[in-house]
Design a protein around this ligand. Structure first.
Ligand code: NAD
Length: 348
């Protein structure tokens, strides 16, 4: 398994492979960049088919966190951790405490948090072995769940995208298709409904979908039908890689803005969207609300209104990205990457 020549290596500062025989821990922590501050990024627990697959995932995700934190104006760098294990079967307190010791050994250069496969309860166990844990409730919060904040950020992003892509300053009667009404998608759908948007929803979890559709007077469609919906905006809020060539060619929406990470399934998709006149909102800009809130939880002057205001700044960042993309005739995805690099390289 090559590391320094790995296609996703991108000058990572540090990569730590950790193991613990007693608990069976096999983990990788990747620190991409700490120029702006310690590398914060979630812990993914997943039964990767190979070490190589785990390495590819952690490198890609940790690099993404550097870009996300830079564009969210946070004093944080980018990192990520993975444990090679099945979260339903292999997660034990011993394994999580061993992970805590691995994180602690980095002395605060990496701060962990929830990601897919890891929960708030897991973070509590990790926190028994290290103080370098984000995403735990502090400052009187009842939960460390970042998804309502992520959804608020996506909502602000979507308003900016609608302004630039559709020339509309409000969401009244704008039709939005939400793919995946889990933690983030359901909150987003409620914000959109309250703002007067008309919703088409889908999820593979049918009972949850039906309940939400009734609550919001929305149309519920089968998962395969969502990309054909007659809507103005498509909001991918399920898994990554939602935007394949086939999907892009079918979409009726003129604007894409959602919470899912890594929405572009392959190289060239951003350009394909541009060619079809579809405005793409860079995913890591739109979905930064959760990490913004986690960053505020680390401060002593946490105030909910200040957090919400910071998250609303996502709209202004996107206004800048969309304006520059239009001026330069390139995809907003390219401009976002350039702007992020300007920000994390400027402070060094
Ligand atoms: P979640 O698991 O709560 O919700 C995802 C939903 O998508 C589930 O309800 C699931 O049933 C549904 N789904 C899965 N496959 C589907 C398919 N093929 N078609 C339709 N629905 C499908 O996850 P979440 O926390 O809401 O996160 C959603 C996305 O946003 C993920 O990609 C995640 O990485 C990203 N994200 C989340 C946060 C956060 O704060 N939770 C922050 C940043 C990014």
């Amino acid at each position: 398994m090559s590391v320094f020549d790995h296609p996703e290596f991108d000058h990572h500062q540090q990569i730590v492979f950790g193991s613990d025989q007693a608990s069976g821990l096999r983990a990788i922590i990747a620190i991409h960049d700490t120029t702006r501050g310690p590398a914060l990024g979630g812990l993914r627990i997943f039964p990767y088919a190979s070490d190589a697959e785990a390495l590819t995932d952690v490198l890609r995700l940790s690099r993404g966190m550097t870009y996300k934190s830079a564009l969210a104006d946070l004093p944080l760098g980018g990192g990520k951790a993975v444990i090679i294990a099945d979260p339903r079967r292999d997660k034990t307190p011993e394994l999580l405490r061993a992970m805590g010791r691995l994180v602690d050994g980095l002395g605060g250069a990496y701060i962990t948090a929830e990601d897919s496969g890891s929960s708030e309860a897991d973070m509590r166990l990790i926190a028994e072995a290290t103080e370098h844990v984000g995403g735990l409730p502090r400052h009187g919060a009842t939960s460390g769940d970042p998804s309502p904040f992520t959804a608020w950020g996506v909502f602000c992003a979507l308003k900016s995208a609608v302004r630039h892509g559709l020339g509309r300053n409000d969401l009244t009667d704008i039709r939005v298709a939400v793919q995946g009404v889990g933690n983030v998608g359901a909150h987003l759908a409620r914000y959109l409904h309250a703002a007067g948007a008309r919703l088409v929803l889908t999820d593979v979890d049918d009972p949850a979908l039906v309940r939400l559709a009734e609550e919001l007077d929305a149309e519920a469609v089968a998962p395969a039908a969502i990309t054909d919906a007659e809507v103005d905006v498509f909001a991918p809020c399920a898994l990554g890689a939602a935007l394949s060539e086939a999907v892009v060619d079918r979409l009726k929406a003129r604007v894409i803005c959602g919470a899912a990470n890594n929405q572009l399934a392959a190289a060239g998709i951003a350009e394909r969207l541009m060619a079809r006149g579809i405005l793409y909102t860079p995913d890591y800009v739109a979905n930064a609300g959760g990490v913004i809130e986690i960053a505020w939880q680390r401060r002593d002057d946490y105030r909910r209104d200040a957090v919400m205001e910071h998250i609303e700044g996502i709209g202004a960042t996107l206004d800048e990205i969309f304006t520059r993309a239009e001026r330069e005739g390139v995809s907003p995805a390219i401009v976002a990457d350039d702007l992020a690099r300007e920000r994390f390289r400027a402070v060094s």
